[in-house]
Design a protein around this ligand. Structure first.
Ligand SMILES: Cc1cc2nc3c(=O)[nH]c(=O)nc-3n(C[C@H](O)[C@H](O)[C@H](O)COP(=O)(O)OP(=O)(O)OC[C@H]3O[C@@H](n4cnc5c(N)ncnc54)[C@H](O)[C@@H]3O)c2cc1C
Length: 355
């Protein structure tokens, strides 16, 4: 299993990756779907636009308890994702992270060619959209001059701490990511300033305490305000203007790391010719197939009468969708249902992966 720490490198010119089912989305529903695909004998590949698995569970509420997963009276969202990863581990499903699915075309033989923004190409018999509310993307700095400075002076993630060494760095935001990266970057930056619009944070208490201790020790600065302008003569960032409740001030800056959280965007999937209402893909509830035969939608992205956006609903939807997907991958084969408790091959796999 490819982990979030080590995404599969994909050369743009690489040959299409062949698979029975392409799962778009590594949220809880996509991960469970990978297990179900393995159980019923389908190969699959998972693609997610984020750098880590877990979808909303990890991005929005990792440490909150979930109480309505059958047979797990209580676990945090993070634990649920860890358990799902463990459950699909026996099938060694490749997970391609940092890959945003963009276009789809159907070939004459009925198979689908899918491309990601990053240049990866997949060739699948069926597609399972487990894409939640769409791809999570970083919320960007709403300043006209910001786009041209991206990846040189304005960043929405930190790839390597060393890139920020000996620079005046501003981290903007008040959540866990902002505080954690501010604390890490203060060790390499010439001067690190955390900028947040208020003197209250949506981060864990321990991160807030560590940040306050670092400020008190003079290791970093904290400024209450909003980034209101970037001064970049000839494309080189020199300073940032900060708007306060009263007035503005200028802060010397070489690099700004903006960690305002994520926004979900259905984006390219909206142009796939599917029946979409209010941002959701309409499906047939007998098999969760969309209006384009061979493309399925499960989890939060699926819509049908009385749809509940619950993880357990997504598990059920994925299970039924994959049974229909089997007919696209193996049109001449009849699948014989075996309960998992009687599935000797599955038992062997699970045991082997546990050893
Ligand atoms: C605060 C909060 C608490 C909740 N508590 C509960 C609870 O207690 N119980 C419960 O059952 N539910 C709960 N939910 C709802 C639950 O989290 C969702 O129903 C669930 O996450 C849906 O899973 P999913 O896999 O369908 O989508 P998501 O978790 O949204 O994952 C979708 C994934 O698809 C990826 N993706 C989308 N588009 C693309 C693309 N074009 N290319 C590549 N990747 C793409 C996204 O990056 C994302 O990682 C809660 C939700 C929130 C916000």
């Amino acid at each position: 299993m490819q982990s979030d720490a080590n995404p599969i490198p994909t050369a743009p010119e690489a040959a299409p990756i062949q698979t029975d089912v392409l799962i778009v989305g590594a949220g809880p529903v996509g991960l469970f779907a990978a297990f179900e695909a393995g159980v019923i004998g389908l190969s699959c590949q998972i693609v997610d636009s984020l750098a880590r698995v877990g979808g909303q569970c990890i991005e929005l509420y990792p440490d909150k308890p979930i109480y309505d997963i059958p047979a797990i009276p209580s676990c945090t969202a993070r634990e649920l994702v860890e358990r799902l990863m463990q459950q699909c581990h026996p099938f060694e499903v490749p997970i391609h992270l940092d890959q945003r699915v963009m276009d789809v075309t159907q070939r004459d033989d009925g198979r689908w060619t899918v491309r990601t923004q990053q240049g990866m190409v997949l060739d699948a018999a069926a597609i399972l959209l487990a894409a939640g509310n769409g791809a999570f993307l970083p919320q960007r700095l709403m300043l006209p001059e910001a786009a041209a400075l991206e990846e040189r002076h304005v960043f929405y993630s930190v790839a390597k701490l060393a890139d920020f060494a000996d620079r005046n760095v501003i981290v903007a935001g008040g959540g866990d990511s902002a505080l954690d990266w501010a604390l890490a970057l203060r060790n390499v930056a010439k001067r690190l300033t955390l900028v947040h619009r208020r003197n209250g944070f949506s981060a864990t208490a321990s991160s807030v305490d560590s940040m306050k201790r670092a400020v008190a020790a003079g290791e970093m600065d904290f400024v209450v305000g909003m980034i209101a302008g970037l001064d970049a003569p000839e494309g080189t960032l020199r300073s940032v203007s900060i708007k306060h409740v009263e007035g503005t001030s200028e802060l010397a800056a070489d690099m700004v790391v903006v960690l305002y959280g994520l926004v979900a965007d259905l984006g390219p999937i909206a142009n796939w010719g599917l029946d979409i209402r209010a941002g959701r893909v309409e499906v047939d509830t007998s098999n969760y197939e969309s209006s384009r035969p061979g493309i399925f939608a499960v989890g939060d992205i699926a819509n049908y009468p009385n749809k509940q956006k619950l993880i357990l609903s997504g598990f059920h939807e994925a299970s039924l969708a994959l049974r229909k997907a089997y007919a696209y991958a193996y049109p001449t084969k009849k699948r014989v249902h075996v309960h998992s408790s009687y599935d000797a091959k599955l038992a062997e796999r699970v045991q082997a992966s546990a050893e």
